[in-house]
Design a protein around this ligand. Structure first.
Ligand SMILES: Cc1ncc(COP(=O)(O)O)c(C=O)c1O
Length: 368
């Protein structure tokens, strides 16, 4: 049995007619950049997240960048995040000429460890970016308490967590602003690049709307030096259609995760416990093992594709060597990167495929 890591084709077959009609609507109006479909998506996604505003952009990286600028981050500032993330989280800090400061993860959650956060805050700290990695919300209550007390702002990196909840509240509205990615592989994915900022803050939303369009307040009136970070019309139309399926797709991911947990109980791999504080949306379902590469190649021999998110923490990437953090600085993040393996969990799979993956993993690693 073949088990692809990702299968965007099944989704296309399911949505074919609806999507082509929506693309035709955009083309008929030549609304290729922003336009009615994007505006409608902004309203619908803001409603979904329970926020006042959504500003649609052309990538999650752009959303992180404008989110930080909207929080007033500039060259004198430090911004805290974890090294166990996709490099874009740190890049956005660098784009503001600010300094990334890393805090290690809690190995139980793979997210920033709130217990380590406070001692990383200095007089230069302007913001924290908690990353909801793999679709699991970071532990926001202690993070919000510390940040409120120390005057530090929060930009959620929700690129992997569309629809996840923390104590009953959707991610996207748990800080001053949040950044989402709609890269095609995400739980809510466009047919190309896409991203958005969600926020309740009028000033941040107004800033992001102007900044995505060359700092423009009215046609050819440029208040400040901005960017071309606008969402394409086609992407807005597609995202509206897919947003209506997101509940069902996320529910399927959660069912698959539950099945993996049941079938892998007692096997010689570590599986992070499900989060009692909220609903993880399982952008990835990860396991940890000392023999990650061997497990991946034995699964590949059984036609099961896997992936590694991520093989190297950001502080050990050549791009960030100038920060001067040697190996050993963030031991939990480093250990996670050495041992993590993502198993297929996308909603195009069947329960039989999930069972085949789980049984294969169990046969390969053995029982505890
Ligand atoms: C955690 C995280 N942050 C940021 C990004 C950047 O998003 P994009 O690829 O849309 O720029 C991604 C997506 O790859 C991500 O996974």
């Amino acid at each position: 049995m073949k088990v692809p890591f990702l299968d965007l084709k099944t989704e296309y077959v399911e949505l074919h007619d609806e999507i082509l009609q929506a693309l035709d609507r955009v083309a008929q109006k030549s609304a290729f950049v922003l336009g009615e479909e994007v505006e409608a998506f902004e309203r619908e996604f803001a409603d979904f997240c329970g926020t006042k505003h959504c500003v649609a952009l052309n990538s999650g990286t752009a959303a992180l960048h404008l989110g930080l600028l909207g929080l007033g981050v500039h060259a004198d500032h430090e911004v805290i995040t974890t090294p166990n993330t996709f490099v874009a989280t740190a890049e956005a800090i660098s784009y503001c000429d600010a300094t990334p400061v890393f805090v290690d993860i809690d190995p139980a959650t793979a997210n920033i460890d709130p217990k380590l956060l406070e001692r990383a805050i200095t007089s230069r700290t302007r913001a924290v970016i908690p990353v909801h990695l793999y679709g699991r919300p970071a532990d926001m209550d202690p993070i919000r308490e510390i940040c409120a007390r120390r005057g530090v702002r929060i930009l959620e990196d929700a690129a992997q967590a569309h629809g996840a909840t923390y104590r009953g509240r959707r991610v996207g509205g748990l800080g001053q602003a949040a950044a989402f990615s709609f890269y095609p592989t995400k739980n809510l994915g466009a047919w190309g690049e896409g991203g958005a900022i969600t926020t309740d803050d009028d000033q941040i939303a107004n800033f992001a709307r102007a900044a995505r369009s060359h700092g423009q307040s009215a046609r050819y009136e440029h208040e400040f030096v901005g960017f071309n970070y606008r969402m394409q019309g086609f992407q807005g139309a597609i995202l509206r259609i897919k947003l209506r399926r997101l509940y069902a797709w996320n529910a399927k991911r959660r069912d698959f995760a539950r099945e993996y947990r049941t079938l892998l109980a007692g096997a010689r791999v570590e599986i992070p416990a499900d989060d009692p504080r909220g609903e993880c949306v399982y952008h990835q379902f990860v396991v940890y093992t000392a023999n990650r590469n061997a497990l991946a190649s034995k699964l590949a021999a059984r036609e099961i594709e896997t992936a590694v998110h991520y093989p190297r923490p950001v502080h050990l990437q050549p791009a960030y060597s100038s920060l001067g953090f040697p190996a050993g600085t963030f031991p939990h993040s480093e250990r996670a990167c050495e041992r993590v393996l993502s198993l297929p969990v996308h909603p195009g799979l069947s329960m039989d495929q999930i069972a085949y993956v789980a049984n294969s993993v169990r046969e390969i690693v053995g029982d505890k």
